[in-house]
Ligand binder design. Structure first.
Ligand SMILES: Cc1cc2nc3c(=O)[nH]c(=O)nc-3n(C[C@H](O)[C@H](O)[C@H](O)COP(=O)(O)OP(=O)(O)OC[C@H]3O[C@@H](n4cnc5c(N)ncnc54)[C@H](O)[C@@H]3O)c2cc1C
Length: 468
């Protein structure tokens, strides 16, 4: 029997899509890649995932795991051959259990992140991973990209939020690792290999996730700062002043305020005058009685007197808080309205961030004078989305210089001890960058792990590592 016939025997009618119905699975979020697929499988159980993978392994057909398709690196898009199977996890989407006393829950890979957050809140707990894409990205995708987001400063990346994993290996065996243990020093961290592996080593089917006390009080401010250096100093002071209650600290350039107010309905500039840089910062506490607003106001007052900040507004209601966050969260969308651009996801040590911005901006001004620089992101993680936006008529010209710009900015990040991919991963987009910047020994180990776990090279071929 051919592969499609075998898959029809495994999956329920309607759970194997072919032909034109595959269309939504063939283009990545940024529209950088457009692939073709043999079919799209939508399994509903771990057993079905396993049987599908066995069939593909036997037929030596590539399997492309597909979550919410919000990857910025083309990781979930099949290649152009039309020979790969897209394995979409959307129907494997149960919250299997919640254990409030163990501060943990078990979610299947296809659960949308926002649903996991809601399940935690319903149980009186908090799941802190938070991304602009949380209404559509899935837990399996978050684990496979080791997603970051706006709370890494306080809670760490996805890797830090995992207790255990269940994975279907490339030969179809199920790795049963849904432990709820916080301590388990029993040999190599095999499960850890699948975090950030972008579907190249196996299919994650479920995860045991860490929960935290619910946040009962918060204070949010939109702060104008003269420079990224001032933002870094302000963060250090706020961490001290609050007893490390800073949960988010996001750098926003003036141009992002201009683009969001121009393109996103309901967004307005919260401050009267224009300033070169802003910080959206939030304190959060599990204690309802914590006087966070007073604490933040006092700390910002001291920073104003010290010349560290230029102005600030503290949100007085949930509505005002949501309005401030909307500015930050809609920056990517507002950029899309302006046409094509070049995106970079760099990280450097927090203390080197001002230097990166200064030297990066200088390079851009000297070499790509027509481009507008939109550098924003997670100051507390030393992670900036250092994006260049073309003026409307100059999109194609800017894109044509992508390689040169990428090289300059990634070399600069490397020179400052940084990374060319802080939180978005490698996917298809950055395979050559990994080859260029990863130490040779590390790259060799990655290939060895890939060969050991996926000897036939069927798992997401061509992503992270060059195949063949
Ligand atoms: C508006 C917006 C804001 C964003 N903000 C952030 C941010 O702040 N921080 C951040 O880190 N990212 C951010 N992202 C990027 C993206 O949302 C994350 O990378 C997210 O974790 C991807 O999840 P997904 O379910 O969409 O995965 P997909 O895009 O579907 O897949 C991503 C990769 O994981 C693999 N994969 C998916 N599911 C599985 C599985 N079950 N088993 C094995 N492999 C699998 C795919 O093959 C692919 O390689 C943002 C994206 C958008 C559009």
């Amino acid at each position: 029997m051919d592969l499609l016939g075998t898959l029809r025997g495994i999956l329920a009618p309607g759970d194997l899509i072919t032909g034109e119905a595959c269309e939504p699975y063939l283009t990545d979020h940024r529209r950088l890649y457009r692939g073709r697929a043999l079919a799209v499988a939508l399994p509903r159980s771990v057993e079905e995932v396993s049987r599908v993978v066995v069939a593909c392994n036997t037929a030596r057909v590539g399997v492309v795991p597909h979550g919410g398709n919000t990857s910025y690196c083309g990781g979930a898009t099949p290649d152009e051959s039309g020979a790969q199977l897209v394995l979409a996890l959307a129907r494997l989407n149960r919250i299997r259990s919640v254990d409030p006393e163990n501060y943990s829950l078990i979610a299947e890979a296809g659960c949308v992140l926002a649903r996991v957050q809601e399940a935690a809140e319903t149980a009186g707990r908090h799941f802190p991973l938070s991304l602009g894409s949380q209404g559509s990205c899935q837990i399996g995708g978050n684990l496979s990209t080791n997603a970051g987001g706006v709370h890494v400063l306080r809670y760490g990346m996805m890797r830090d939020l995992v207790l255990g994993l269940e994975v279907v290996l490339a030969d179809g065996r199920v790795l049963p690792g849904l432990t709820a243990l916080r301590k388990d020093n029993t040999g190599y961290d095999i499960r850890g290999l699948f975090l950030g592996a972008e579907g190249t080593l196996g299919v994650i089917t479920a995860a045991s996730l860490k929960l935290f006390p619910q946040l009962k009080s918060a204070a949010t401010a939109f702060v104008a700062v003269p420079s990224p250096a001032a933002a870094v100093t302000l963060l250090a002071r706020l961490r001290e002043a609050s007893g490390d209650l800073v949960s988010s600290f996001e750098l926003i350039p003036r141009i992002a305020v201009e683009l969001t107010t121009r393109h996103i309905p309901g967004v307005s500039d919260p401050l009267e005058a224009a300033h070169p840089w802003y910080v959206l910062c939030e304190l959060g506490s599990a204690r309802a009685a914590e006087p966070l607003e007073a604490l933040l106001t006092e700390a910002l007052g001291a920073a104003l007197e010290a010349g560290l900040i230029e102005d600030a507004v503290v949100a007085r209601s949930e509505r005002e808080r949501a309005a401030l966050w909307k500015i930050r969260e809609t920056i990517p969308e507002s950029q899309r309205h302006e046409g094509p651009g070049l995106k970079h996801d760099i990280s450097v040590p927090v203390s080197a961030l001002p230097q990166f911005v200064a030297r990066g901006a200088e390079w851009v001004a000297a070499h790509v004078p027509g481009a507008r620089l939109i550098a924003y992101g997670h100051v507390g993680d030393g992670n900036l989305h250092f994006n260049l936006q073309a003026r409307p008529a100059e999109g194609a010209a800017l894109l044509a210089r992508g390689e040169e710009v990428r090289r300059a900015l990634h070399d600069l990040a490397a020179a400052l001890g940084g990374s060319f991919s802080a939180e978005h991963g490698i996917g298809r987009l950055k395979v050559a960058e990994l080859e260029r910047y990863a130490p040779a020994t590390e790259l060799a180990l990655m290939h060895a792990v890939k060969r050991a776990l996926d000897p036939n090279g069927i798992m997401n071929p061509g992503k992270v590592l060059r195949s063949g």
